[in-house]
Design a protein around this ligand. Structure first.
Ligand SMILES: Cc1ncc(COP(=O)(O)O)c(C=O)c1O
Length: 447
């Protein structure tokens, strides 16, 4: 068979050929040469229910024949209302209204705009600033990149970005305050109050953060008390708390939403990825009733959104994915398999480069270091984690790698996000392959 070359696709890495995937089923991808690949990262931590689920394909086909498209300003569909209701239900009605978009970046932009609109309609039109964190990721559109703190993804486009404030990363393994979790006064949370005061509370609209980080910090998550303190500070200064659950939401951490591990409720949550499990491009911004009611009761208009937002096909997929997660108890399974994955990942600590293992549920990260004691990062020129990704693929595992967790300058990580249907045997196989892969790359770079 003629091998397809990606000769006309403009890719993320321009001079690299990626394999053509021609079939996907369960936790496996198959390339055109017939190689079977374990999808250890579920795409980009997207494919929660597994590949090739017939019910979802059928739901799209049925919806396409019924109503493929209507414009959200003039109409809605029963499926869209059903999808919104299902999302609110899974938050136990912490959230009451949902605005649909086509992906995560749009959803974080929507969250920030909704926060601004809320303050205007609540009589505080001076509130517009967004505070976020370094080494966070909220998307790649200009607004989302502005409040993202993922240094390498911002660097080339800095002239276009809005100059919002970034607080120190919430990253216990490399705490910016030199603390460890057992000797910590939550300085990273207190930093929010200082920043609000310096900027002037009357100018600050929202704080946005990931409860469990994505590629930028490879599944780092702050301790529970962190978000309790953040909630208190947000309440004190009338700053809306936005949690970006694009990666961690819809079951990935072993609960419907990562915020449910904490005793706080944010004002707005941002969803994408697992919301459609990869079967359709969709994102959503869900808000508490009070935010909606304030806007509805004053201006009554939220002038934002794109043509494809509220797409009936996306809505049909969201409904069936949520049903599927429930019917197959996949969120409980995610928690269970997450515990097993960690158990197996811990065995990799015997490698001289495995410095940290972190995360929740099936959102787990490994950080590689040059020296475990000092946590000195590997030389970025080695591209260590990229080598792990490339070598693992040759052996039949796709694992997403990243770099820059150490203040954007260094730090090699990989992030796991397999489908929740993964079995213990498949985890064993995946970890065996990774074990061999790490040995090969360590040897190559001189360990
Ligand atoms: C936490 C978080 N927010 C936002 C985004 C952006 O989502 P999208 O790539 O769908 O625009 C991502 C994507 O990786 C993410 O992980």
């Amino acid at each position: 068979m003629h091998a397809h070359q990606n000769d006309h696709i403009l890719s993320f890495v321009l001079n690299k050929k990626t394999p053509a995937i021609v079939k996907a089923e369960g936790v496996y991808l198959y390339d055109e040469r017939g190689n079977r690949i374990i999808d250890a990262s579920g795409g980009a931590i997207v494919c929660s229910i597994g590949h090739g689920v017939q019910e979802i394909a059928d739901a799209v086909a049925t919806q396409m024949k019924k109503v493929a498209f209507v414009f959200r300003r003039a109409f809605h569909t029963p499926e869209l209302e059903e999808a919104a209701t299902k999302i609110c239900e899974t938050t136990n009605w912490d959230m009451d209204r949902v605005f649909f978009v086509s992906g995560g970046s749009e959803a974080t932009e929507t969250a920030v705009k909704l926060a601004r609109k809320y303050h205007i309609d609540n009589g505080n039109p001076g509130k517009f600033r967004v505070i976020s964190r370094w080494q966070s990721y909220h998307g790649s559109t200009m607004g989302a990149a502005s409040w993202s703190g993922f240094t390498s993804r911002r660097a080339d486009f800095t002239p276009y970005l809005k100059d919002f404030v970034h607080l120190p990363a919430t990253f216990c393994y490399r705490c910016w305050y030199g603390r460890s979790p057992d000797s910590c006064d939550l300085e990273c949370a207190a930093a929010l109050e200082n920043e609000i005061l310096c900027l002037g509370p009357e100018t600050v609209s929202a704080y946005i953060a990931e409860p469990v980080s994505g590629h930028s910090l490879a599944a780092a998550s702050p301790p529970n008390e962190h978000f309790t303190r953040i909630r208190e500070i947000c309440d004190k200064y009338d700053v809306l708390m936005i949690l970006d659950e694009v990666m961690s939401g819809v079951g990935r951490t072993g609960k419907w939403y990562a915020y449910q591990h904490h005793e706080v409720v944010p004002d707005i949550i941002v969803l994408a990825k697992g919301l459609s499990a990869g079967y359709f491009p969709v994102g959503a911004t869900a808000v508490k009733a009070g935010i909606h009611d304030t806007i509805a009761g004053k201006s009554g208009v939220f002038g934002s959104g794109h043509t494809y937002g509220g797409n009936p096909l996306a809505a049909a997929v969201v409904c069936r994915v949520i049903d599927y997660l429930k019917e197959h108890n996949l969120i409980g399974r995610c928690a269970e398999m997450g515990d097993y994955l960690v158990e197996k990942l811990e065995t990799l600590r015997s490698h001289p480069t495995v410095g940290d293992i972190r995360g929740k549920g099936l959102q787990r990260g490994v950080e590689f270091v040059k020296d475990k004691k000092t946590k000195a990062p590997l030389d970025p020129q080695l591209h260590f984690s990229q080598q792990i990704q490339d070598e693992a693929l040759l052996r039949g595992v796709h694992i997403e790698s990243s770099s820059g967790c150490d203040r954007g300058q260094a730090g090699d990580t990989i992030i796991f996000g397999p489908p929740f249907i993964i079995t213990k045997d498949q985890i064993d196989e995946m970890i065996d392959i990774l074990d061999q892969t790490i040995s090969v790359v360590e040897k190559r770079v001189g360990f």
